[in-house]
Design a protein around this ligand. Structure first.
Ligand code: PFF
Length: 451
């Protein structure tokens, strides 16, 4: 075991892990998806359910993933196999691999949009435009066939290249410096947005709960998004936990990542909704919401164009630090379980993911007539991954850590072999064994109209 541990690369320290794990968590999910699904599902009541899911489900799942990863020193499959040899638990790893495929296929599409928007902002395309014109510009861009696919391919090529470079050189270097800058711009956007005329309606939408809007689908979407946003349910944090040194204290790490991710999402909401109402944009606009609203806010800011360029550039980088963590799950599986070397594995998977993402991209244009269960291809892929596979993957993870692992082993891992206090262990085990599994199952079956 020792030689295996020392052979495996590890993060250079606590900050490396936090940067990479927070880099994975903070991405398009916070800044693009959270506001758009909050808008679709009616605002504040949805946010409340989301926050409850983060606390009672997200946190225990996150800690369970990190615990599994560091204990086993493996990715999702290896982890199940090593910690419970000869049992079928590892089959649930296939859901994680499927989720990674599906998520990265559409994630690459939206991340590609951010690249186009960097160029648009550099060229000053938004200057002097009305909200309607900015909306039309977005619609006409995503409706095209080649351009969005070109950017999606470019984004995925970046992702593949970084994963090939390896864990330390690749992931750590890129996540460390840039996220605080994104936070600063988000704060500036919030300051501008909340001082626009007519902004107060946005506040009501965000903070005055209207429970009549809370449908079954909304509750399931809140659960699914808690998993999506925290990068949970498919083994990302198992893989990252496996690179974590044995003397790091896992609980504060999990709490810090969760807080950072949630704060960024809420700030994105505060930056967007006051402006949505001030500019008369529909809160239910869907995936276009951020791309249409924020260029308008930048128009009303000193140095707006400069900040607009910087914002979309940083959103692209935030997406990149998330996408590499998704690709890493699949690559680690091929490297560890099939002995394929890193480079060909990463190249092959990147290509397959690009191809699979093309119909998602086209679903805003030439395939917009195609609908399955009333959903576009893009929405269908997102639904299957976020609302089915991630919650089910997360359910397996908490059941595994709560019921399959010996409590003594969990305690040993969380207390670093008995060297640190674990007063919270009882709460963690209660959440992991009882609360999280029941809550996930209840929301899942309720969402599917089974209960
Ligand atoms: N958490 C990322 C985001 O919010 O953009 C997306 C993501 C990354 C989902 C990694 C799932 C995952 F395993």
């Amino acid at each position: 075991m020792t030689s295996e541990v020392s052979k495996r690369e590890s993060f250079s320290g606590k900050y490396g892990f936090i940067a990479a794990a927070a880099g994975s968590a903070i991405g398009l999910g916070n800044i693009w998806k959270f506001p758009y699904i909050t808008g679709v599902h009616g605002g504040s009541a949805f946010i409340l359910v989301y926050l409850i899911c983060i606390l009672l489900i997200g946190l225990p799942v996150m800690l369970s993933e990190i615990t599994m990863g560091r204990r086993s020193q493996k990715g999702i499959f290896g982890s199940y196999k090593k910690l419970a040899p000869g049992t079928p638990w590892f089959f649930s790893g296939y859901m994680g691999i499927a989720a990674a495929f599906l998520i990265l296929s559409f994630y690459g599409v939206v991340a590609g949009w951010t690249m186009e928007y960097v160029l648009k902002a550099i060229g000053g395309s938004f200057s002097g435009k009305t909200p309607d014109q900015i909306n039309a510009m977005f619609e006409s861009f995503i409706g095209q066939t080649l351009k969005p696919v070109f950017w999606q391919t470019g984004f995925m090529a970046f992702t593949g290249a970084i994963v090939i470079a390896g864990i330390k050189n690749g992931i750590e270097k890129y996540s460390k410096i840039l996220m605080p800058v994104l936070l600063m711009i988000l704060l500036l956007l919030c300051a501008r947005s909340v001082t626009l005329d007519g902004a107060s309606k946005g506040f009501e939408f965000l903070f005055k709960p209207d429970f009549s809007k809370l449908t079954r689908e909304a509750i399931l979407a809140a659960l699914g998004h808690a998993f999506f946003s925290l990068s949970l349910g498919m083994g990302t944090l198992i893989t990252y936990g496996s690179y974590l040194k044995k003397n790091e204290n896992l609980v504060p790490l999990a709490i810090q990542i969760t807080i950072a991710d949630t704060v960024i999402a809420l700030l994105a909401g505060i930056a967007i909704f006051p402006a949505v109402f001030a500019f008369g944009i529909e809160p239910t606009a869907g995936p276009s919401l951020v791309f249409v609203t924020l260029p308008n806010v930048f128009q009303h800011m000193p140095l707006g164009n400069f900040f607009c360029v910087l914002f979309f550039l940083l959103l692209f980088i935030a997406a990149l630090t998330s996408s590499i963590s998704i690709l890493e799950v699949v690559v680690a599986h091929l490297v560890e379980d099939f002995n394929i070397s890193r480079k060909p594995a990463a190249i092959a998977i990147t290509i397959v993911m690009i191809l699979f993402g093309i119909p998602s991209s086209l679903s805003f244009g030439s395939l917009s007539g195609l609908s399955v269960f009333g959903l576009s291809f893009f929405d269908l892929v997102d639904h299957i991954a976020s609302n089915f596979l991630l919650p089910l993957g997360g359910l397996c993870i908490v059941l595994f850590v709560g019921w399959q692992l010996k409590p003594g082993d969990v305690k040993d891992e969380l207390s670093n072999g008995g060297t640190i206090e674990t007063g919270y262990l009882k709460i963690f085990l209660f959440l992991t064994k009882i609360v999280a599994p029941i809550a996930i199952a209840a929301i899942f079956f309720h969402g599917l109209k089974i209960i």
